[in-house]
Design a protein around this ligand. Structure first.
Ligand code: ADE
Length: 455
């Protein structure tokens, strides 16, 4: 659970970088497509957090431009004391900068990584989480990636939900009124999200709240296993154990949150009526907007390339236009820098036997020698040597529920970059009709320094 501690500012001797009216400091956190930096408003002296998104990298993955647009839209819709507030959106030719409220206390993850918290602390965090999540749901927003890494603390220890990158709006509901995109972080994801039948994003969020509550009280995850497949199996059965130090009331609440059938899972209103939740609960006072900006308002283009961003005026355009200028495309060419790892696990709605048959055919068509192992296992070996010997990949499929198989590729021999390319590119077209979702593709984000002027 090693994660570097936080400290403010630009990090000792480092040169300060200036971005419009903000001074940019050290990196606070890093996601797949973005880095979050500490920042300071040079006019007011206030601390901010600035999410820096590389446009080119975003364009490389289908749907990411739309996702960023949705994230900004959602952040502007949800103004709540327990949600990180957005201040403004800036852009340069190469990057988008989302300026947000700074949460000085860092991630709740850092606290639980040191071990469980007391039941009173767990309750206080959980009350704030449920208040924020209930507010988001009342505005039609499901977060879909609730976990301690996305829960920040301010200087008073107040919880702030952040990272709406996977949030869903009602416009994403299909005709059945449900969401169908599989996303989130496996250990925190509700079983219905892992299934194929569509899910209610709000109810799925409550499962994740249950996992967060468990982690706070216990100091470890309820569903954990080295193998994704085994972890999914536990999730599908809500198979977990509660250690003896957790009180009866807390235990009962967890048991009503971690319910496999979303229709039987406890609702926000019911949570708020439980004795455990009610103890000392002070409903948060609504915040007035940090910034009066709406989606349609002007955001700033930093390097005067408004035309490239599709704006009407030379200096400003709105975030919608800033992001609209970035046409999407599907291009995995950025996947192969040395620090980048491809996803090695996918889920499928096909039975394990069909998955293995398909993999065998795809492997052969790509020129690999394919051997079957015991159960649903395969070994694919290249017929010629690569950069570091002959590539060999093993694949194992496990049916984790009647209609869900998890397939995991492992690197057996040969060069690691060849293995990454195999998983990220070579096998994908052939498997497209049986893959439901690849788990956690992760290109790294580049540095922002090139964009900013030295102070
Ligand atoms: N890390 C990611 N977002 C942050 C924020 N708003 N404040 C502090 N640290 C963060």
């Amino acid at each position: 659970m090693a994660r570097s501690g936080r400290e403010e500012g630009g990090g000792g001797e480092e040169r300060k970088l200036v971005l419009g009216r903000y001074e940019l400091g050290r990196v606070l956190g890093q996601g797949t497509f973005a880095k979050v930096h500490y920042g300071r408003d040079l006019r007011s002296g206030e601390s901010v957090a600035i999410k820096v998104i590389d446009k080119a990298r975003l364009r490389q993955t289908e749907g990411m431009v739309e996702q960023l647009r949705r994230e900004i839209s959602v952040m502007r819709m949800v103004r709540h004391p327990n949600v990180v507030a957005i201040r403004e959106v800036l852009a340069s030719r190469a990057r988008v900068f989302v300026v947000m409220e700074y949460a000085r206390g860092g991630e709740l993850f850092a606290k639980v990584a040191r071990g469980r918290v007391t039941e009173d602390h767990a309750r206080r965090y959980f009350q704030q989480l449920v208040a924020a999540v209930g507010y988001c749901h009342s505005r039609g927003v499901a977060h879909r990636d609730l976990k301690p890494e996305n829960l920040l603390l301010d200087e008073e220890g107040r919880l702030k939900v952040t990272d709406f990158g996977l949030a869903a709006l009602p416009e994403q509901l299909r005709q059945d009124g449900l969401l169908h995109t599989q996303c989130g972080t496996p250990a925190y994801v509700a079983p219905e999200v892992l299934r194929k039948r569509g899910y209610d994003g709000a109810r799925a969020d409550l499962w994740s709240c249950g996992v967060v509550l468990y982690v706070l009280l216990c100091g470890f995850l309820p569903f954990q296993h080295d193998s994704y497949a085994k972890m999914y199996q536990k999730i599908f059965k809500a198979e977990y154990q509660v250690p003896p130090w957790v009180s009866g009331d807390a235990r009962r609440l967890i048991a009503r949150l971690l319910v496999v059938d979303p229709a039987k899972r406890i609702s926000i209103g019911e949570i708020m009526r439980t004795p455990w939740f009610r103890k000392g609960f002070v409903p948060p006072v609504p915040t007035s907007p940090v910034s009066p900006k709406k989606w349609e308002d002007d955001d700033v283009v930093l390097d005067g390339t408004a035309a490239a961003a599709g704006a009407m005026s030379p200096r400003t355009c709105n975030a919608f236009q800033l992001i609209s200028s970035m046409s999407s495309g599907f291009d995995l060419s950025g996947m192969f820098e040395s620090e980048q790892k491809a996803a090695t696990v996918f889920t499928s709605r096909a039975p394990a036997a069909t998955v293995i048959q398909k993999l065998e055919a795809v492997g052969r068509s790509l020129g690999y020698t394919v051997t079957r192992g015991k159960g649903w296992k395969l070994r694919l070996e290249a017929t010629a040597d690569g950069a570091n010997g002959r590539l060999a990949v093993t694949a194992e499929a496990l049916e984790v529920a009647t209609d869900v198989a998890v397939v995991e590729f492992a690197h057996d021999a040969g060069d690691e970059l060849d293995f990454n390319k195999f998983c990220a590119v070579d096998v994908r077209p052939g498997l497209a009709d049986i893959v439901w979702a690849w788990q956690g593709d992760g290109p790294a984000t580049p540095d922002v320094a090139a964009e900013c002027s030295p102070a």
